[in-house]
Design a protein around this ligand. Structure first.
Ligand SMILES: *Cc1c(COP(=O)(O)O)cnc(C)c1O
Ligand code: SF4
Length: 464
């Protein structure tokens, strides 16, 4: 071991031969988080001070749920035809609208059409595209794999517990648009409200299954589970011998980070469950859902620091969305910025085939291309896996692991031998991104079925 002599003069940086020149610190944009009272640029929030804006109750009360409320809040920041477009989009959207003041303040209102946060939460009619013909509500068949309502047991050792059906915001792209949010003019929802009887059934099923080790508590959204119920769910699950891991899943840190700073009861409840887990040698973590680097501000950094100090590990599951994060630069920045605030990028999902959001989906090839650029930019443990949750209940598949990809017609064939042996799962690229000839072929349902069968044949699987 060489000994370092503290009296030795430091070596001048210039004296070290440079293999690579140092980068200009100004280019490290992942560290440059939005600062200050940025919300004051929104007319309705002009006089809102920091303490009020950081109050999670104020955020909840002032969330935007109608186009009228949106108009009152942003006033003349956006052009009148944009508001009319939103009004029409609202009538046609399958998801209810709910946008927190925090999110609203992070939208660039000088260019709302191209803003990545607007795109995720506020539907504009003029951008909507017709749904893919092979799309179905509950495309992941979560209800088919549910032994009790709201408990999906698809994989051998883990299950998804949908504790409730409300969220701090409603995302246009939600996979659970079959259940989450209030009924809209387009969709009647399945009822999954929080009820003691339904929870009791889910708990006894979990306890009766020795193979179950890992429970995802989601919804809806764990942010909306009151502190005392976080404790009940956490303590009940941790008390089961079979359970080794719990994840509370919440969009919250991305859309309302201030709750971590001002809802002390909720954060303390989560901390107590995590500490109880640690005493029992069990893991309790938070899974969240940032999609764009603009969602991460000084408030997020402060909030994530609280969780980090309390030893609560946070992982991120992003959704690849056209016009939001479907470029290598944005995805690289998101991944680096998440790392900067101690959130581990875990997954980037290919967008599920859900209703009314064809404009947000992109091709599997896009995911493959972006993955190639993201891998290698930072630590391997901060590099997300790009996956496709195979429609029809195949579960999550590495985006690259397809059996066959007909790029011309946008047909991707997956299998999932450890989840559903002997089944074939198909995912489809959005039709408007295919060649004009392929778009023409999809118009004829007979031709479409032939194309799908041909792709399955070419995959050369020997299953059926
Ligand atoms: C995503 C998911 C899980 C958790 O899967 P991981 O790959 O471990 O994150 C569990 N159950 C269901 C039904 C899921 O969709
Ligand atoms: S927070 Fe999650 S469950 Fe709720 S609407 Fe958004 S994606 Fe769906």
């Amino acid at each position: 071991m060489p000994v370092i002599d503290p009296t030795q003069q430091p070596i001048a940086a210039e004296a070290i031969p440079a293999l690579k020149p140092p980068v200009d610190p100004a280019t490290l944009t992942h560290k440059q988080l939005k600062q200050g009272e940025f919300w004051r640029a929104i007319p309705a929030y002009h006089d809102i001070d920091e303490a009020t804006f950081l109050d999670h109750l104020w955020q909840g009360k002032n969330s935007i749920t109608t186009s009228e409320k949106l108009l009152q809040t942003i006033q003349d920041l956006a052009p009148a035809d944009f508001i009319e477009d939103v009004r029409e989009g609202f009538r046609r959207a399958p998801m209810a609208m709910r946008v927190s003041p925090y999110m609203l303040s992070n939208i660039d209102w000088s260019d709302p059409y191209n803003d990545p946060i607007r795109t995720q939460f506020i539907t504009v009619a003029s951008r909507l595209l017709p749904d893919h013909p092979k799309l179905s509500l509950d495309s992941l068949h979560e209800q088919d794999d549910a032994p009790v309502p709201g408990l999906t047991h698809r994989y051998p050792d883990k299950a998804l517990f949908l504790a409730l059906d409300i969220c701090p915001v409603y995302c246009r792209f939600c996979t659970r648009s079959y259940a989450v949010g209030t009924n809209t003019e387009e969709v009647e929802k399945v009822q999954l409200s929080a009820s003691a009887a339904r929870w009791a059934k889910a708990f006894s099923y979990i306890a009766s299954r020795p193979e179950l080790e890992d429970i995802v508590v989601s919804g809806g959204d764990a942010y909306q589970i009151p502190a005392k119920n976080i404790k009940i769910i956490g303590e009940t699950l941790l008390a089961m011998d079979n359970i080794r891991r719990i994840r509370f899943a919440t969009k919250g840190p991305a859309v309302m980070p201030m709750k971590i700073l001002t809802d002390t009861a909720w954060v303390d409840a989560l901390t107590e469950v995590a500490e109880m887990g640690r005493r029992l040698g069990k893991e309790v973590v938070l899974h969240t859902h940032f999609n764009h680097p603009n969602e991460i501000t000084w408030i997020t950094e402060k909030a994530m620091r609280v969780l980090f100090e309390r030893g609560i590990y946070v992982r991120n599951q992003a959704v690849l969305q056209r016009g939001v994060n479907d470029s290598k630069e944005i995805m690289q920045l998101l991944v680096k910025r998440l790392g900067h605030v101690n959130v581990h990028p875990y997954y980037v999902y290919q967008h599920d085939m859900v209703k009314g959001v064809e404009d947000l989906r992109t091709t599997v090839q896009t995911a493959i291309d972006i993955e190639k650029w993201v891998r290698g930019t930072t630590a391997g443990f901060n590099t997300p896996a790009f996956i496709c949750d195979a429609p029809g209940g195949g579960g999550k598949r590495d985006i690259h692991s397809y059996e066959y990809y007909d790029r011309e017609n946008g047909i991707i064939i997956y299998t999932a031998p450890s989840v559903k042996k002997d089944q074939i799962f198909t995912y489809f690229d959005p039709i408007d991104l295919l060649s004009p000839e392929a778009q023409e072929r999809w118009k004829d349902p007979v031709v479409a079925e032939e194309m799908i069968e041909a792709a399955i044949r070419k995959a050369g699987l020997n299953l059926r």
